[in-house]
Design a protein around this ligand. Sequence first.
Ligand SMILES: [Zn+2]
Ligand SMILES: [Zn+2]
Length: 368
Amino acid sequence: MSSSLTRREFLSRTGVAVAAIETADYFCACCAVAADAKTADRDLFQLKPVADGVYAAIAAPRYKVNSNAAVIVTNDGVIVVDSHSKPSAAFALYREIQSVTKMPIRKIINTHFHWDHWQGNQAYAEKFPNLEIIASERTRANLTSADAGSGGIGYVEKQLANVPKEIAKLKEDIVRASSPEQKARLEANLRQTEGYLEELAQFKPTLPTRTVSNSVTLKEGGREIQILVLGRAHTDGDVFIYLPREKVVASGDALIDWMPFLNDGYPEEWVQTLAALEKYDFDRVIPGHGDVMPKAQMAFFRGYLTDLIGAVKNAAANGAGLEEMKKEIANRLAPKYEQGMSKHPLGQYRDRVALNIEMVHRKVVKKS
Ligand SMILES: [Zn+2]
Ligand SMILES: [Zn+2]
């Protein structure tokens, strides 16, 4: 999208109803949109108790992905870790939270800068003007950068340019669909994508109001909440949220129940950072995606990164080319990792392993 286009010009070119957008407040829009979208919104998150007053909000699989959240209820308000890919999703979770407490949301913590973890900040900030939004210093810098990777203000502009193309492609694919089931699935994806574009078009970047550069301990309404800065991993600004009394960690995407996304990551440091986290005393992890996991599952995830890095380094030392590596290493690691990394409909082993290999090759082998 050319930056000289106003939002109105952009909207009229992409065929989004300008009047509808300009008058829409998504808090109201949530109740006014079509019935199918309303039903879908209600099912976006499942709140699972993981300790007294601590919940994992597990995001339902969606074509337009949402992150999980951690919801921490204190004696004087609620702290939410991560805010999903759009304000309406954040609001859907807020309504879920209201089913367990009517206390206000006091703080949001963004674990990292990726689009699917912060773009809903706006929903909470508009509802709660005194909201504090906490992230690492690096995450705030990435959020304000024009070109930080898969998130931030620059990435919103890229999406505004690319999502209309995605919509056009989905419409073509619907025409060519070979079965009623495929057509229905593509139509659902199209509805999600059109709704997403509408929200992006009225997006107001809502940035962290407080940053941390080292680990800090918050005393919040009777709870101790540590924000751990342990090194680079999934991004250069990851934080982990650690509740020592409840023995729970919310990890963002540095530890997920899917295949990792390495494009903005630091593979070798990631392994070290997870090892540093593992030294803390906790039982369960609320990951950035997938389901609540026992601490023991960290070893599996860390083992995948370690084995992947080792395999790519070895293959490179033996003169293998990237395309050869993608096939050979994917198949070789499959018996150990394919099943455990393919538990959910999204982020499965075969969807991501080739890109993982390419990223390790770029970030580890080429750099050395
Ligand atoms: Zn994510
Ligand atoms: Zn991420």
